[in-house]
Design a binder for this molecule. Sequence first.
Ligand SMILES: Nc1ncnc2c1ncn2[C@@H]1O[C@H](COP(=O)(O)OP(=O)(O)OP(=O)(O)O)[C@@H](O)[C@H]1O
Ligand code: SF4
Ligand SMILES: [Mg+2]
Length: 344
Amino acid sequence: MAKNVKEGGLIKESQNITPILEVNGLSTSFLTATGEIKAVRDVSFSLYKGEVLAVVGESGCGKSVTARSVLRLIEPPGYIKSGQVLLNGVNLLNLSENEMRRIRGAEISMVFQDPMISFDPVYTVGQQFTEALLAHKRISRYEAKQKALHMLSAVSLREPERVFKSYPFQLSGGMRQRVMIAIALAMDPQVLIADEPTTALDVTVQSGILTELRRLNKEIGCAIILITHDLGVVAELADRVAVMYAGRIVETGSVYDIFDHAQHPYTRALLASTNPAKEDGWLITIPGQPPVMASLPPGCSFAGRCPEASGLCVHSEPKLYPETSEHRVSCWHTQSEERKIAGA
Ligand SMILES: Nc1ncnc2c1ncn2[C@@H]1O[C@H](COP(=O)(O)OP(=O)(O)OP(=O)(O)O)[C@@H](O)[C@H]1O
Ligand code: SF4
Ligand SMILES: [Mg+2]
């Protein structure tokens, strides 16, 4: 693929540039009547200033639970089992709920999958926008309104005054999504988590929102975690990609590594299943089903669908490897004989 690949995380590490956000060994489960759903298992990634990290994978693989865990928005019967979420070196998992409230929105903003649930239907967009600003910033109500109007036009909403006075139901889905992005970015967050920001929107609206996201990412320099089903969007917007399967990252690397040198059979299947002719961008045609999350098999969770599975795969789960590379893969077939023997 012809794309300028930005400096990767490892290069930044070697330059002593510390990530804004570092997630280490994050595991989140839901205790249900059918058993423990291990929705997120030992997930680790870093995010650097100005970077766009795309998180991709089939429905139910743990993308949203990962994002919500970063913000500690997991409600019972869910809980974060283990790991670290370091924002500029501070572990968010150790903060009090009050401290966490200050982080949410201000330091890390999130655009949720369904913008309607993020709005209160009884207040206007303007009231909700200004209240959000006043809660996090030391500015007057007048300044909050001016900032809100500025951000509404920054996300290319025509007639920002009219949008400001509207109730959420008076706006189209695309406009609500833009308002969400405007509110999220008005906080000047260090990190923006966008969970399927364009799903369910028509193609022209999608492309407008993505153009805004990219422009704002470049101008404001905030790092973005972009959760999406659409590999076309990933190719266009992301610097790095994490591919999730059954709660784990199974391959991660630069957009170039993933699109031109994918090694995990699941990533390769995802890429092969992309059908650009389809309007919704990504048609999943990978044979078989993901495993039941409440009773995961002992070995590689992709083994039941993998054309390359061997005896080792069924018994032992591979780790992401090599640890020292930016491009890491969790598949026995990409690992050395010594590791295979140790894993068996
Ligand atoms: N409140 C909950 N109770 C029980 N299980 C849950 C709950 N929320 C999520 N899960 C389970 O956690 C797993 C991961 O869910 P998640 O929402 O992160 O998937 P996703 O990758 O975001 O999928 P999608 O692409 O459909 O949004 C799924 O198996 C889901 O059923
Ligand atoms: S570890 Fe085995 S089953 Fe899993 S993806 Fe690799 S080859 Fe397939
Ligand atoms: Mg989701």
